[in-house]
Write a protein that binds this ligand. Sequence first.
Ligand code: UD1
Ligand code: CA
Length: 451
Amino acid sequence: MSIALIILAAGKGTRMKSDLPKVLHHIAGAPMLVHAMKSGATLDPAKTIIVAGHGAEQVSDAAKAFDETADVVLQTEQLGTAHAVAQAKEVLFDFDGDALVLYGDTPFINPKTLEHMTAARSDHDVVVLGFEAADPGRYGRLIMEGEHLKKIVEFKDASDEERQITLCNSGVICAKSAILFDLIAAVGNDNASGEYYLTDIVEIAQRKGLNATSVTCDESETLGVNSRVQLAEADAIFQSKARVALMEAGVTLHAPDTVYLSHDTHIGPDTIIEPNVVFGASVTVENGANIRAFSHLEGCHVSRGATVGPYARLRPGTELAEFTRVGNFVEIKNAVIDEGAKVNHLSYVGDAHVGARANIGAGTITCNYDGVMKHHTEIGEDSFIGSNTLLVAPVAIGANAMTASGTVVTQDVPDDALAIARSKQINKTGLAVKLFDMLKKKKNNSKKEVL
Ligand code: UD1
Ligand code: CA
């Protein structure tokens, strides 16, 4: 059965107190909308439709950045969840499969749970995802009769007796697309909120002789985000699960609670991650690498056996080949560091290629930016860049070449050559002692003046 995802993301999210639409706030480096889309994508949907309203343009850009085939439909007024789903009809009018409704602010629905729902569809017309709530609060309640779901009552409209029910509505609903839109067409707004409730389709289905059931999942999956506090809680939940998954896959985390991961962080077995390491989006670390304390990585690839940090910063476009070493207070951006090369201390390497086994001395800087444009630096294999070398790009250092410490390199250096560009040293015999005496006298005189 082919499936279409309808992801509701039109709400403002007033409690976020933000100019950014709620669903675009990040959890582990990705908008929560993308987390919902990723979860739904595991069903290999034929169509993905995002219902946008507040900040629709931004929501659309974010959705399409993740899946350029996603359709975005507009709900100009937020009249309720049924009204929101109805906006997807224009895209699905001739769609023959099932439609699955997800919320953009409910990022953690497990793909397995969605499979259970689609499986339950084989003998039920409408399948609703429920959960046993520790504190049912203001959630809609599922009224069951055996395996049949009779209706969903919203908290505001529920009787005292119904409010005692702890089986709650997650909001996720699955039905044949055509049937879903038929049912929605019959939904009214005569209720405590004056909204068109999607949940009303369950009762309407009964009246039409269709049947509904619920599938349940763990409450943690249905966690919705409405405030910054809940955003932080959701992130923390994501982090602890992701850390456990990494450790189970063979990665050592010395202090797991201090390592921040992104939704797409990939780390190979036998890699060791020291405390206080941050992984921004799009980082891959291969096997047996060592990411030392207080390093920050983003948009980079670290190969087998490489060592990074402590206190290193790898920015987007960094590619470290096998057994490279990047040490403390080194920043690398858009640069390929070939096998066995070392950049051990206090350097900036940007828009560059460093050849295999090259040694980049402490304080080396690629001057890649002229104030208007960025330029490339090429460093040959087996070369030795002396400490405090400035490489004014565009510039190339040959293989087996050397630069003397403190050199400002403005011209290409051929293979095997040594470049020195600094003023000559002069030693003045005895002058240091004289200078010290003079300075000490000056200091004493200024103290007397003060007294
Ligand atoms: C909804 C359910 C409730 C369930 C709860 C779970 C209904 C009527 N109620 O209530 O049974 O327990 O979710 O969290 O469905 N949205 C739109 N357009 C709208 C209205 C909502 O896009 O016109 C989006 C919101 O942005 C949000 C989601 O739909 O992502 C749910 O809407 P919300 O208003 O939060 O529903 P609840 O009142 O929480
Ligand atoms: Ca809600």
